[in-house]
Design a protein around this ligand. Structure first.
Ligand SMILES: Nc1ncnc2c1ncn2[C@@H]1O[C@H](COP(=O)(O)OP(=O)(O)OP(=O)(O)O)[C@@H](O)[C@H]1O
Length: 459
């Protein structure tokens, strides 16, 4: 069977770096195993999901270099969910409950006060048809819970004693052997009173229908997985393999959320960061691999083994991104940079790129160096002694054409004429030539600036 994975965000905000981790780990897994990557838009929440966020997700993934093999929208599949829910109702696996949120809350509090886990007591299973008629006459509509397997044999919730059917175990691709005792959980609500679906049922139906072989996602879903395995079994679907990787958190341990917009892929892109810098960090932080800038997704695919992902949260320090990005920019060749320089109107040719790239953090920093090369520069307020020195240097400028050796020949002549050497020689020349204290090699800048501008700046 072709390995098939999916990334399933809700289109309720812009993807953040943590979402990118999950998307990339899935995508790279598919790439490594000759498999398929499906983007599933979990847009069952009609109030919060928007078409604009869905489009933005596709765009942000494309920016990272991820092209899904298929895109599926849950909102197109309600008919299918209704049909499966009906089958589950008929088999008794989905049962109707009429408690209000307040009633449930009260029961949970009472259980906690007695030191018991706040698990739903399945009172609704005892309802008669007369009870149902009365509750409906009161204006209540039912929500629907999935009967977790420990009761399949007829035992009531809360019964003590070992019951293997209630312990769900799987070999997690990241965490190794994992088990969850379903008795510690309430029967999950799959369908709300207004008929809308919670995450669980559509997700499992889609995983079966789309032939998902590996569900790889953040460890926020470990408990869901136990419930979902029970549901896969109730629906007679093949149970996929599961892997839960650690979540990416900020340095202070706080989470990322689409709601807050922290570290959205959009904002990182707007700040000019390279997609591969973002992808490298999103994937490598919190693994046993070295965290460094990796040049391509293929290269990155070779470095992520699910078994090498750490169990501890992956702490991300936003200040790391500038350094990682700079590593990529410094190694970028002119042909790769060219389209970007074009957009910035900063394409002054390969010699310009060679001269400046080691001084850039993001490609867009090239704009500032374009202005330095093109001029005119604001005149720094220099003292009279400097002015005399610079005028002497100007008068010694060799005639063009200039090449990489011209600067050396010129500064040797200036040194011989003025007696200045080292910093006393180069620092005032740099400030006059570029208006800055540091930057690219002057020998490379000089031919780019040209005779006319150089003369003006030294005057
Ligand atoms: N901080 C994180 N690090 C790694 N993966 C994450 C992180 N946050 C979410 N994910 C993963 O991203 C996928 C999409 O999840 P989802 O759309 O619920 O995103 P979310 O940011 O958690 O949601 P929201 O903020 O909208 O509640 C899930 O597989 C989830 O495990």
């Amino acid at each position: 069977m072709t390995p098939t994975v999916r990334f399933a965000p809700s289109p309720t905000g812009y993807l953040h770096l943590g979402n990118a981790r999950t998307a990339l780990i899935n995508y790279l897994f598919a790439r490594r195993n000759g498999g398929r990557f499906i983007l599933r838009l979990d847009d069952t929440d009609r109030e919060r999901s928007t078409a604009a966020f869905a489009d933005a997700i596709l765009e942000d993934l494309a920016w990272l270099g991820i092209e899904p093999d298929a895109v599926v929208r849950q909102s197109d599949r309600f008919g299918r969910y209704d049909q499966v829910a009906e089958d589950l109702r008929r088999s008794g696996a989905l049962y109707d409950c009429y408690e209000t949120a307040e009633e449930l809350d009260y029961r949970r509090k009472r259980l906690r006060a007695r030191g018991l886990p706040p698990v739903y007591d399945r009172a609704a299973l005892a309802l008669t048809n007369d009870d149902r008629a009365r509750l409906k006459a009161e204006g209540r509509s039912p929500h629907w819970r999935f009967l977790l397997p420990d009761a399949v044999a007829g035992s009531a919730k809360g019964t003590t004693g070992a019951d293997d059917a209630s312990v769900v175990s799987w070999t997690d691709l990241v965490r190794g052997p994992t088990s969850v005792d379903l008795r510690s959980l309430s029967d999950p609500v799959l369908v709300r009173a207004d008929g809308s679906y919670l995450y669980t049922l559509p997700s499992v139906i889609d995983d079966i229908d789309l032939g998902i072989t590996h569900v790889i996602r953040g460890e926020d879903h470990v408990t869901n997985t136990a419930v979902q395995i029970a549901l896969f079994q109730a629906l007679g679907g093949p149970v996929p393999s599961f892997g839960h990787h650690n979540l990416l958190v900020l340095a202070d341990g706080s989470a990322m959320s689409k709601r807050t917009g922290t570290l959205s892929l959009r904002s990182l892109r707007a700040e000019g960061y390279e997609p591969m810098a973002v992808a490298s960090l999103a994937v490598l932080v919190g693994t046993s691999e070295a965290v460094e800038a990796v040049a391509s997704l293929d290269d990155l695919a070779g470095r992520v083994d699910l078994a090498h992902i750490s169990r501890a949260p992956a702490r991300f320090d936003p200040s790391d991104i500038a350094g990682t990005n700079a590593e990529l920019v410094h190694a970028m060749d002119y042909e790769a940079a060219r389209p970007r320089l074009d957009t910035l109107d900063a394409d002054l040719g390969p010699a310009f790129w060679e001269a400046i790239r080691a001084n850039l953090t993001v490609v867009a920093d090239a704009e500032a160096w374009r202005d330095v090369v093109r001029g005119p520069l604001a005149k720094p307020a220099g003292d009279a002694q400097d002015a005399a020195f610079l005028a002497a240097a100007r008068d010694l400028l060799p005639p063009e054409p200039w090449d990489a050796a011209s600067f050396r020949a010129w500064t040797q002549a200036v040194s011989a004429a003025t007696g200045k050497r080292g910093k006393a020689l180069f620092h005032p020349l740099r400030v006059a030539m570029t208006g800055r204290e540091d930057g690219p090699e002057l020998a490379k800048l000089m031919p780019l600036i040209g005779f006319e501008e150089m003369s003006a700046r030294l005057s």
